[in-house]
Design a protein around this ligand. Structure first.
Ligand code: ADP
Ligand code: ASP
Ligand code: MG
Length: 403
């Protein structure tokens, strides 16, 4: 019997009606003869609401306590979904991340899965049960409850699919696949039929929320296909790649092809003249995640996303106490990126993008490149305009990607 993993995001289980629809979709899948594991996110904006409550109580909430709080969101939806499935005659059992064997490191609020021991899940599947797992959470070797960072239910689903050797992992959301840009920002965005693991990972790291970057790593290791689909859409038909987006091993495209544009709005730019080892030691001590580290001529810059930085004031205080004016946090910028393998083989794309932004009245504050990505830092208020400009330049001006 094939095992499939389905993940349903917060918007798909926002209320009881939607939860019932998900339960029906799960039961229909089970009735097709597959063993089904379901990973579920917290209902609607529950995680944001819990975070807001924590902030009311404490400006710098303790990370362990935050994990105890935030993990409750997914426990609510797993139990309710399991009940809804049982109401339809399905034999479901809900399990927390810890009960499912999701073992993480002890970096609270932003933990990484280091091992999956899915014995209870396998036992329940062997008994013919539908297993409903709370996404976004695990347990550390110290037996502490941890959460996996915002958007982490995708990671639970794909890591579980890899551990169970599932046939595929379906990520079901309010959008029917991965688009060339966020369709909420760019109405002309195109759905991408097939993406490679590398392209998807870059898109996710550049800010495309539809699939979490860490999740892709697990799929890539095991070669598991991920299908991004709309919860409201049909079940996979005879040809599972005929709708949505499939992420799998994919032959390279024409070098230089831009597959998508993504943005990360809520970031702070760290700029410092402190010796890098000293500066980074403080970031490690405070468990502050950063990306695109750049050191040159005695100056270090780093982009710090705000998603999992829930104790920002304490971090600001620590920087000030340790380094004074030698380390600054610059707010008000966003990172806007174009993604595609080999897009920097020549300077054509970085020149074209920079010119287009200037012409649109969006002078970039900084540019960084890698073999897969070009990132411009632009004023946050102009981030959406920058995404639309880059999409018009690189995607709308070219024929659609081959599948
Ligand atoms: P879920 O709660 O199901 O996990 P998310 O909000 O995390 O859903 O992700 C889905 C959202 O991601 C969509 O509503 C869409 O606005 C946004 N999004 C951002 N970039 C993209 C993209 N490139 N393709 C599709 N959706 C995207
Ligand atoms: N509920 C968590 C969040 O809002 C995890 C997820 O939705 O994937 O970030
Ligand atoms: Mg998500």
């Amino acid at each position: 019997m094939a095992t499939v993993v389905q993940k349903y995001g917060g918007s798909s289980v926002a209320d009881v009606q939607k939860l019932r629809h998900v339960a029906e979709r799960v039961v229909r899948t089970r009735n097709q003869g597959d063993a089904v594991v379901v990973v579920v996110s917290a209902m609607g904006d529950t995680t944001d609401e819990l975070l807001a409550k924590a902030k009311e109580v404490s400006a710098n909430p303790d990370r362990r306590e935050l994990d105890m709080l935030l993990s409750a969101g997914e426990r609510i939806s797993m139990a309710l979904l399991s009940m809804a499935i049982r109401e339809l005659g399905g034999d479901a059992i809900s399990l927390t991340g810890s009960q499912s064997g999701i073992i993480t490191n002890d970096r609270h609020v932003d933990a990484r899965i280091i091992e999956v021991r899915p014995f209870r899940v396998q036992d329940a599947l062997a008994q013919g049960k539908i297993v409903v797992i709370a996404g976004f959470q695990g347990v550390s070797y110290k037996k502490e409850v941890t959460t996996l960072g915002r958007g982490g239910s995708d990671t639970t689903a794909v890591a579980m699919a890899a551990a169970l050797d599932a046939t595929y992992c379906e990520i079901c959301s309010d959008v029917d696949g991965v688009y060339s840009a966020d369709p909420r920002v760019v109405p002309a965005a195109r759905r991408i039929g097939t993406l490679s693991y590398e392209e998807t990972q870059e898109m996710a790291e550049a800010g495309a929320k539809v699939l979490n970057a860490q999740a892709v790593e697990f799929a890539k290791d095991k070669g598991i296909a991920i299908y991004a689909r709309a919860t409201a859409g049909p079940l996979p038909g005879a040809d599972p790649s005929s709708d949505g987006t499939v992420v799998r091993r994919h032959p390279p495209r024409m070098p230089g092809t831009v597959v998508g544009v993504a943005s990360e709005r809520d970031v702070i730019l760290l700029e410092s003249e402190v010796a890098p080892p000293e500066l980074l030691a403080l970031l490690d001590e405070r468990a502050v995640a950063g990306k695109q580290l750049h050191v040159a001529s005695g100056r270090t810059t780093l982009i710090v996303p705000r998603d999992n930085l829930h104790d920002e004031t304490r971090f600001r205080d620590a920087l000030r106490e340790s380094f004074g004016a030698r380390a600054r946090l610059i707010d008000g910028l966003a990172a806007v990126s174009v993604v595609g393998a080999g897009i920097n083989a020549t300077y054509t794309n970085v020149r074209g993008g920079s010119q287009a932004l200037m012409a649109a009245g969006i002078p970039p504050a900084a540019v960084a490149t890698s073999s897969f990505r070009i990132t411009w830092m632009v004023p946050r208020a102009q981030a959406d305009a920058a995404v639309r400009t880059l999409h018009a330049t690189f995607i709308e001006a070219t024929p659609p990607l081959l599948p």
